[in-house]
Ligand binder design. Structure first.
Ligand code: URP
Ligand code: ZN
Ligand code: ZN
Length: 460
């Protein structure tokens, strides 16, 4: 199969010009003016943006969590991602405490392999570190192509590791050239505030928010960067929400540390006033919670200052019936919300179309930086000769609105119901195949491949 994309505005982090792209098999073979290849398919991209397919490095598909499973599996989740222009996702394998990393890997491979529509990889979440796990970490980096290790400083008794385990993990990962990533919040303080609120009969979703004040994230982010500094390990903070946490990273960069930061669409666009809607607030019960408007301002600035390099979603959807598990107690509401499908369109609309960020910054934070940080560049995350032909053809003028009635995620509400968006993902190509066109998916479950990853190549 070959495809010739004509006259698009080709945008990468280095370039922005009108050109043609020729794709043969799974790869980009040529980029230039007036290419004259005879192709099986010619696509006229005049007036359209042609960008690298999006990479969402933070999703939870078919994940066992809080007594249930997230409602998108690898088929529905990666397909919804493709509809929105995201061609690859990175999910999280969770080690069961007391069990091995390899057993967890087998369980996650069992759910993803043969079912994913889009490409995927895994971060390995280490929830119980010991000498045996240390050996497995090395094997994951050297043999499995899994080079990033997630840690949780919260969810005690299920996922949280203590600071001693964290430092030991960092030492092993540093020596092998991997990356330690973190959900940075002070788990003990959060647990204590949750107990306090429950004992006072404060059980509405608002108290989820009030149990995780900004200081819990700021403190843990500072502690994490201090441990990175001590060990000399590179690190990555997932789903950063607030000014205090960003300032912790700002300080770390002043002592020349390599700390990467991800924020998520919802933290840029939504705020904590949504928790005042009684139980409807459960739609946005996630950890960390939505914050204040001043935090949104800080995050947008952090993107332009280069302190935040990546936009993820932390997509972890639950049906409304699942959210109702916490109808009488906020601490039982499954944490997470749907976001995988609209990351690219929402950021374009609210970021590029409003002038908050440049088009190049858009490509950087939706695709290229994730590919570099997570060791997939230049195979993924760019439009270059020899790269995978993961291509988003995007109409920057088309207006549409978001609704649970029309989205493709397997969840019966939208976190952005009625949101008006400027810019639409039109044609999405994944490894040389037209995956999305005319609002339909044209590739099958099983087309999505596990992508092995190497070392970080982004320099900060
Ligand atoms: O609320 C969230 N974020 N759920 C998914 C698990 C996590 O902490 O990322
Ligand atoms: Zn998290
Ligand atoms: Zn997450």
């Amino acid at each position: 199969m070959s495809i010739l994309i004509k006259n698009g505005r080709v945008v990468t982090t280095e370039a922005d010009f009108i050109a043609d792209i020729y794709v043969e098999g799974e790869k980009i073979m040529a980029i230039g003016k007036e290419l004259s290849y005879s192709a099986d398919r010619v696509i006229d991209a005049s007036g359209k943006l042609v960008m690298p397919g999006g990479i969402d490095p933070h999703v939870h598909l078919d994940m066992p969590f809080m007594g249930t499973f997230s409602s998108d599996d690898y088929t529905t989740g990666t397909r919804a991602a493709l509809h929105g222009g995201t061609t690859m996702v990175i999910d999280f394998i969770l080690q069961t405490q007391g069990d091995s990393l390899h057993n967890a890997l087998a369980a996650w491979q069992g759910r993803a392999s043969g079912t994913a529509v889009g490409d995927y990889s895994f971060h390995m979440a280490v929830t119980d570190f010991n000498d045996e796990v240390a050996k497995e970490v090395v094997q994951f980096i050297e043999e499995e192509g899994i080079t990033s290790f997630k840690t949780f400083m919260a969810y005690k008794g299920a996922l949280m590791i203590d600071d001693g385990q964290m430092v030991q993990l960092m030492q092993v990962v540093r020596d092998k050239g991997g990356l330690v990533t973190v959900h940075a919040t002070n788990g003990d303080m959060i647990d204590s505030l949750i107990s306090q609120h429950r004992s006072e009969g404060k059980l509405a979703p608002l108290y989820h928010y009030l149990s995780q004040p900004e200081v819990t994230e700021a403190e843990a982010s500072a502690r994490f960067t201090d441990m990175l500094h001590y060990t000399g390990c590179p690190g990555y903070i997932v789903h950063m929400t607030c000014e205090g946490a960003l300032n912790a990273v700002r300080l770390a960069t002043q002592r020349n540390q390599k700390v990467f930061v991800e924020t998520c669409t919802q933290y840029l666009l939504l705020d904590a006033s949504l928790y005042e809607r009684n139980f409807e607030g459960a739609k946005w019960v996630m950890s960390p919670p939505l914050r204040k408007k001043k935090d949104q301002t800080a995050l947008w600035a952090g993107i332009n200052q280069g302190l935040i390099q990546v936009l993820g979603t932390d997509h972890c959807p639950f049906m409304w019936e699942q959210k109702k598990m916490g109808e009488n107690d906020f601490s039982k509401i499954p944490n997470g919300h749907p976001g995988i499908e609209h990351r690219m369109e929402l950021l374009f609309s609210e970021g590029v179309a409003t002038g908050r960020i440049s088009l190049q910054k858009y490509v950087e934070i939706t695709s290229t930086n994730a590919a570099k940080i997570f060791g997939m560049f230049p195979r993924k995350g760019t439009l270059a000769i020899g790269s995978d032909a993961d291509i988003l053809i995007f109409d920057p003028q088309k207006r549409h609105s978001i609704s649970a009635q029309s989205h493709h995620m397997n969840v019966d509400y939208s976190a952005y119901e009625g949101w008006e968006v400027k810019g639409k993902s039109e044609i999405v190509i994944l490894r040389g195949q037209v995956a999305i066109e005319d609002g339909a998916c044209h590739i099958q479950p099983g087309y999505g491949q596990f992508i092995k990853r190497g070392k970080t190549s982004l320099v900060v």
